[in-house]
Design a protein around this ligand. Structure first.
Ligand code: HSE
Length: 312
């Protein structure tokens, strides 16, 4: 048996509609895998990346997984060495928290390879540094649910304070990934610095209702509360056909629909009964104007990052 160990970190839906930078949830699939092994060579080396079509930097200092792993290694033992193999299980720049899943998997795999002294919360800042390298901002609404699973709410960044919200296991998400690519850094730059008070008021109502819906187990209210008035009006312009695709999902029986993270993926909250029909409607909505799209259905991952198995 080799000394490699393997870790899985789930994809995430950040913002969850009105909760820009504060709400996020982990999906049960897809996700990224990272293998790690302690080595004699000090620092972090990325020895292999698969599933990225050669697009990601192999130099650890330029790769979000390498950066988060390096910070964890430094925290545990500055003299230690770790080799990583990164296996991408989702498209890059899709809005499903691809960079976060890699950062989280790499941080956790490094911690375990070096003895597992750190908790998931202990590696959060390292994961946020990986996210900052990839997107330009250390927001945590992807990395936090990818680390600990479930639906998370960041009450405050400074000081960092978060809550784990109740997870309705019957909730399904129909996710569509159109053949468009949006860089998170670009999708953040287009947002205005100031927003009208009336839009803030509408968002406050929806964030509060969304949290209440989770505590009360009211899926209909959860769906209604997914509308965002602060960010989506700007970002939806980057997603051709956004309004038509949104309408198609709602007509097909979705509880609610919005952009996943910074897009271009869109998610629709569904019951198990409607998820297939909604997923088909989301794809059809894009294909009607010649934009290729793929869909999948996922539930909520409640475990977060985890050790998969020892690698043979
Ligand atoms: N909250 C982030 C954003 C998530 O919407 O820009 C994407 O990384």
């Amino acid at each position: 048996m080799s000394d490699w160990l393997k870790v899985f970190a789930p994809a995430t839906v950040a913002n969850v509609g009105p909760g820009y930078d504060v709400l996020g949830l982990a999906l049960d699939s897809p996700g990224d895998w990272v293998e790690a092994m302690r080595t004699e060579q000090r620092g972090v080396q990325i020895v292999e990346i698969t599933g990225d079509d050669g697009r990601l930097p192999r130099v650890a200092a330029l790769n979000c997984a390498g950066v988060s792993a390096r910070l964890v290694q430094e925290k545990i033992d500055p003299a230690a060495g770790v080799a990583l193999k990164v296996h991408k299980g989702m498209p890059i720049g899709s809005g499903l928290g691809s960079s976060s899943a890699s950062s989280v998997a790499a941080a956790w795999a490094t911690n375990l390879a070096l003895g597992g002294a750190l908790s998931k919360v202990d590696v959060l800042d390292a994961c946020r540094a990986g996210e900052k390298l990839a997107t330009g901002a250390p927001h945590a609404d992807n990395v936090l649910p990818s680390l600990i699973g479930g639906i998370t709410l960041i009450r405050s960044y400074e000081p960092f304070d978060y809550l784990e919200l109740p997870t309705p296991l019957e909730l399904r998400f129909a996710i569509v990934s159109p053949e468009l690519e949006i860089k998170t850094a670009d999708a953040r730059k287009i947002l205005p610095e100031r927003v009208p008070m009336e839009d803030v008021v509408r968002n406050l109502g929806n964030v509060a209702a969304l949290v209440a819906a989770l505590y009360e187990g009211r899926l209909d209210l959860f769906g209604r509360a997914l509308d965002d008035f602060v960010v989506v009006p700007y970002r939806s312009r980057l997603i051709q056909r956004y309004d038509d695709v949104h309408a198609a999902a709602m007509d097909a029986g979705a509880l609610g629909c919005s952009i996943s993270g910074s897009g271009p993926a869109m998610f629709a909250a569904c019951t198990e009964e409607t998820a297939e029909v909604v997923a088909a409607a989301l794809v059809d909505g894009f294909q009607r104007s010649g934009i290729g799209a793929k869909s999948f259905i996922a539930g909520i991952n409640t475990r977060g990052v985890r050790l998969v198995d020892e690698v043979e």
